[in-house]
Design a protein around this ligand. Structure first.
Ligand SMILES: Nc1ncnc2c1ncn2[C@@H]1O[C@H](COP(=O)(O)OP(=O)(O)OP(=O)(O)O)[C@@H](O)[C@H]1O
Ligand SMILES: [Mg+2]
Length: 349
């Protein structure tokens, strides 16, 4: 068997095949530090909250971190920022290790093949992804897997463009980054990332409106839509402005990279958008409008949104791992996509 893992700035998601189903496991890539007491540790263990003790502290890790942060009036901390391990977070590696162990689980057999997503080096900052990639490789190797990195944009192509011969432009709008990949018959023609995503939208909106970042994030994730004009002056109005700005910035960089890479001009390709930041209603329409207004030097047949934006990178990593294992077939892949759609539908409830 084989596995795929999406190692994201905000979410870590694994995908594995179980018969004809794809099973996804997800944790928030964050943690909170609380003071140690025997009682607290016993309670945490009994309630199966993911946690780890170190000296006088207990770290609550993953999805539960947010609840504990609210109760103990703490800020959550993140092992990653801008798509890679954070150099400012001294506990980054033990925390991400714990989340990876929980999300990936034990390998089914020694050296099970596992593809994990990594971002391309960003073109708008001097961040370098090598240390991040090598560290994950060694953590996953220590867990008993045979790990292999896959570019996040390419994973989107694998999961979303099987019906298009793996040809098109895939864009993953995440928390810390936006990853772009132009692929022609499963061969990447251009891959790059930019160090802006949902976190950037939240930070800018918070600064503009004087709200706390956490508050802005929850307004954005709860009921924010991009398909109608919002009132000027409020958080939603500011969110719209920064969404617009992010899309223009991404398109500007696509044009610059296509020109630089000398991509053939006669191309006519579909565009697929995914990632948590692509969730608000109206997102793909806005991206399509902005693309139409721009002078992208190739033609675009349509802009579609992944059926399950939170799962498509993990799905694509799984497709890549299974293909290498000799297990790829169109039918199973289509089902992986359908399952992802169902998983999302369930989580919407
Ligand atoms: N319903 C929603 N509406 C708007 N934004 C959302 C929604 N749900 C999640 N997000 C945002 O999506 C982002 C997380 O998306 P995703 O899980 O794809 O990122 P990631 O893979 O962890 O990050 P990256 O790829 O940048 O490392 C966050 O900025 C989050 O606030
Ligand atoms: Mg991502």
């Amino acid at each position: 068997m084989a596995r795929g893992i999406d190692v994201g700035t905000m979410n870590i998601v694994s995908a594995r095949q179980d018969g004809s189903d794809t099973v996804f496991t997800q944790q928030r890539n964050s943690f909170v530090e609380i003071e140690y007491s025997d009682m607290a540790e016993q309670m945490l263990s009994r309630s199966q909250v993911l946690h780890i003790r170190k000296d006088d502290s207990v770290y609550v890790v993953g999805d539960d971190a947010l609840n504990f942060a609210n109760i103990f009036k703490q800020e959550t901390r993140r092992p990653m920022s801008h798509g890679i391990l954070s150099s400012d977070e001294k506990s980054a590696i033990p925390m991400i290790k714990l989340i990876l162990e929980q999300v990936a689980g034990e390998p089914e057999h020694p050296r099970e093949r596992l593809f994990f997503s990594t971002p391309a080096d960003p073109i708008d900052s001097d961040l370098n992804t090598l240390y991040h990639q090598k560290t994950l490789e060694s953590l996953l190797g220590d867990m008993g897997y045979d790990p292999e990195p896959i570019n996040e944009g390419m994973a989107v192509i694998y999961s979303e463009l099987a019906d298009h011969d793996f040809t098109g432009l895939g864009v993953s709008f995440g928390a810390g980054m936006t990853n772009v990949c132009l692929s022609y018959y499963a061969v990447p023609v251009m891959t790059f990332s930019i160090a802006r995503g949902g976190d950037w939208i939240d930070e800018q909106t918070a600064r503009a409106t004087g709200q706390k970042v956490d508050k802005v994030t929850s307004i954005k994730e709860d009921d924010f839509r991009l398909d109608f004009k919002t009132d000027v002056g409020g958080v939603e109005g500011a969110l719209s402005i920064y969404y617009d700005n992010l899309l223009d910035y991404v398109i500007e960089n696509i044009i610059a990279e296509v020109n630089e890479e000398d991509v053939e001009e006669g191309l006519d390709v579909p565009v697929v958008v995914t990632g948590g930041t692509s969730s608000p209603k109206g997102f793909e329409k806005l991206f399509q409008d902005r693309l139409n207004e721009s002078n992208v030097p190739f033609s675009i047949s349509d802009v579609r949104r992944a059926r399950a934006p939170m799962y498509s990178v993990a799905s694509g990593a799984l497709v890549a791992a299974r293909t290498e294992d000799g297990g790829y077939d169109d039918g199973a892949e289509a089902e992986a996509g359908a399952e992802a759609g169902e998983a999302e539908a369930e989580s919407d409830d």
